[in-house]
Design a protein around this ligand. Structure first.
Ligand code: GLA
Length: 680
């Protein structure tokens, strides 16, 4: 993230941003005037324009038609609505694939993917790159200095991978830069296994469909390369835009926990972090998963505000069965993002499409028009956001960090592992939920983060760990931090090679515990365990044969071969100067969890580690279903549950949303939100 340009560039003078994707090319111009009027009435101050308009802007190679877009931007400027102008490169026109089929992506099995939908490009294709940069440059030349232009939006949801011959050559170039020579590549990929030694660079390929399990180290580098190829494309477009409009921030829209692109590396290269997020309506974990995703965005933004670029006013159309949002849900979800650091709340899309693949996707203006329940809700929400303008730029302080990295995700979820039941994002969410339920704010950070400002660091899984990152975690504990490490961590190095010796080898000393076998458990049999205090709990899926080496055994397995062996350990960093064992100031604590405890047991664990770290939730008593999070001076309480609840307060406050005073408690109906500012 750059400091100079960012969300503040957009919110200054505007307050929180509200709007959505605007696709006027799908409508006759007479509709545009009504659009502008409705936008103003709804408090819209930002629209994303042009995402899918390449064929309209450049109907033939090199021949441009900007007249219609001139009129759109002028209309927006005249109505005081800022434009997030997209480069249209996510959906090349048919002429590109028709004339240059090598720009079309090829899947793992060697099949070319055709036009007729969108996203049909090979990120490594020089022809695609040339044409994409040309249209991006033409747009920037034309609209540099236009009063509506506030933000650049590169492509859309960058996520393509391609296995074609051009990509293979680019992959080889990437590998040469990483390893230098073939000998080092062979070593890194462990090619003595299954006779995979490469004698010529020309033999090296992307992991294409093969008869059996493909080399995991080759695949790990392929993930890295594919992410870098997308990033390389993003950078190239960004640089074209920056050269022409150095004062206009540049973004691209993320997709939450999206596996193919390492967003830590993307975030470092853009001015604004933006995300598209569509919570699954039927999933009881949606509120927590959404909160976690928002916290990831704040982490990507380095703690600064971020932009919710796309959400839906009601049902999407791309799930098999698309549940609508009940009245009030739109507001609840949008305010949840505000509470977690979003300074912009935008939707896909402004006006529902009459044709095309997304005819049945909800919008801010539905097919039935503006005189509808849904549009009235949109309008009321837009107006309400104006009253929260003072929140723009406010931070969401957190004393707890959770570590999440893409390399680990890629490395962990390869075929040929002990169990495919242990997955990176599921594991992260399982550890996140008890903190969410207790109203404890969490920052999501990369494995290489500076951890010194956190009282507690949770590492739900770190299967792949670099030496330096393992050392930083150990140093964090030696410096007085509280660390929790989940199962199957510290297993491989950055090449994907297993670290030999008792595991987790590079963390063994700080954890004061080690293991010798990973032991997945039968799916239909809960694993019985007991806390040292006597209470019993169950775990599932995964166990490990552990021994304590200085750590206290906090929970043990109680049946089968593992009966009496450690399940959870806790290790003090060591006695303070001149003291016996104890927990004097400056002493760190390191926990290891060698199984997958049931949610209630993870809750008990969270309570213990929070006590070790001296961290408390935003309110002392939080009824089930209620989310509590502080942003700046404001305490947000959001009721995701199905019943009306009463939340006790410690101090008198005023609700910024209703202007009502709150004395010792607030009552929240289902889907209600309170934004409480302490009374002076
Ligand atoms: C994504 C895309 C949009 C649209 C929506 C539909 O987020 O960026 O163009 O397809 O999904 O939900």
């Amino acid at each position: 993230m750059t400091e100079r340009l960012g969300m503040h560039t957009l919110t200054e003078g505007r307050g929180l941003l509200f709007g959505g994707d605007y696709n006027p090319e799908q409508w006759p111009e007479k509709v545009w005037a009504e659009d502008a009027e409705l936008m103003r009435a709804a408090g819209v101050n930002l629209v994303t324009v042009g995402v899918f308009s390449w064929a309209r802007l450049e109907p033939e190679p090199g021949k441009h038609d900007f007249g219609w877009l001139d009129r759109v931007l002028d209309l927006m400027a005249a109505n005081g609505i800022a434009v997030d102008l997209a480069t249209p490169t996510a959906s090349p026109p048919p002429w590109l694939g028709h004339r240059w089929p090598e720009t079309l992506p090829v899947d793992e099995g060697g099949h070319r993917l055709w036009y007729g939908s969108r996203n049909q490009f090979c990120p490594s294709s020089p022809v695609y790159r040339e044409r994409a940069l040309a249209i991006a440059g033409a747009l920037a030349d034309r609209y540099a200095g236009h009063p509506a232009l506030a933000l650049w939006h590169v492509g859309n949801e960058l996520g393509e991978v391609c296995h074609c011959d051009v990509s293979a050559e680019a992959f080889r170039g990437w590998l040469r830069a990483r390893y230098g020579d073939l000998g080092t590549l062979n070593e890194a990929w462990g090619t003595t296994f299954w006779s995979q030694g490469y004698g010529d660079w020309a033999e090296v390929l992307p992991p294409r469909r093969a008869p059996y399990i493909v080399n995991p180290s080759q695949r790990l580098d392929w993930w890295r390369f594919s992410s870098d190829a997308l990033l390389g494309h993003f950078r190239a477009e960004r640089d074209v835009l920056r050269a022409r409009t150095p004062d206009v921030p540049v973004t691209t829209n993320f997709m939450g926990f999206f596996k193919r692109a390492d967003y830590w590396s993307f975030a470092a290269e853009e001015d604004v972090v933006a995300n598209d997020w569509y919570p699954e309506p039927g999933d009881p974990l949606s509120p927590a998963r959404t909160a976690l995703t928002h916290d990831l965005m704040r982490g990507l933004a380095g703690g600064r505000p971020w932009l919710l670029m796309e959400q839906s006013t009601s049902a999407v159309n791309w799930r098999p069965h698309n549940l609508p949002k009940p009245p009030g849900q739109l507001r609840l979800e949008s305010l949840q993002a505000v509470a977690r650091g979003a300074d912009g709340l935008c939707y896909f899309q402004w006006r529902a499409s009459r044709f095309g693949a997304e005819r049945f996707h909800a919008a801010m203006v539905p097919h039935a028009g503006a005189d509808t329940r849904l549009h009235a809700e949109v309008r009321a929400h837009g107006q309400e956001l104006r009253g929260l303008a003072a929140l723009a730029g406010e931070p969401v302080p957190a004393r707890v960090a959770m570590v999440f990295g893409w390399e680990n995700w890629w490395a962990l979820e390869e075929r040929g592992r002990p169990s495919d039941r242990l997955n990176a994002v599921d594991q992260l969410l399982a550890y996140y939920v008890p903190f969410f339920e207790r109203g404890v704010s969490v920052d999501v950070v990369p494995p290489s983060a500076d951890l010194s400002s956190y009282a507690l660091v949770v590492v739900p899984n770190l299967f792949l760990v670099a030496d330096g990152d393992a050392e930083a975690l150990s140093a964090y504990v030696r410096g007085g931090g509280v660390l929790v490490v989940g199962p199957f961590s510290g297993v491989v190095d950055p090449r994907g090679h297993v670290r030999t010796g008792p595991f987790p080898a590079p963390l063994r000393e700080v954890l004061g515990a080690s293991g010798e076998e990973w032991l997945p458990a039968p799916d239909d049999r809960p694993v019985r365990c007991r806390w040292s205090g006597g209470a019993e709990f169950t775990a599932s899926t995964w166990t490990e044969l552990l021994r304590a080496e200085g750590a206290e055994v906090v929970a043990e397995f109680t049946e089968g071969d593992l009966a009496g062996r450690p399940a959870v350990t806790r290790h003090r960093a060591g006695p303070g100067p001149g003291e016996g064992p104890g927990e004097g100031p400056g002493e760190g604590v390191a926990w290891y969890v060698g199984t997958m405890p049931e949610p209630a047991a993870l809750g008990a664990l969270a309570a213990r580690v929070l006590a070790d770290a001296g961290v408390e939730g935003a309110v002392p008593e939080l009824p089930p279903g209620v989310e509590a999070v502080r942003r700046g001076e404001v305490l947000f309480l959001l009721n995701h549950g199905a019943t009306t609840v009463r939340v006790p307060l410690q101090e008198a406050a005023e609700d910024l949303l209703t202007a009502a005073p709150a004395q010792d408690a607030v009552t929240l109906a289902p889907r209600a939100v309170a934004a409480l500012r302490r009374l002076p």
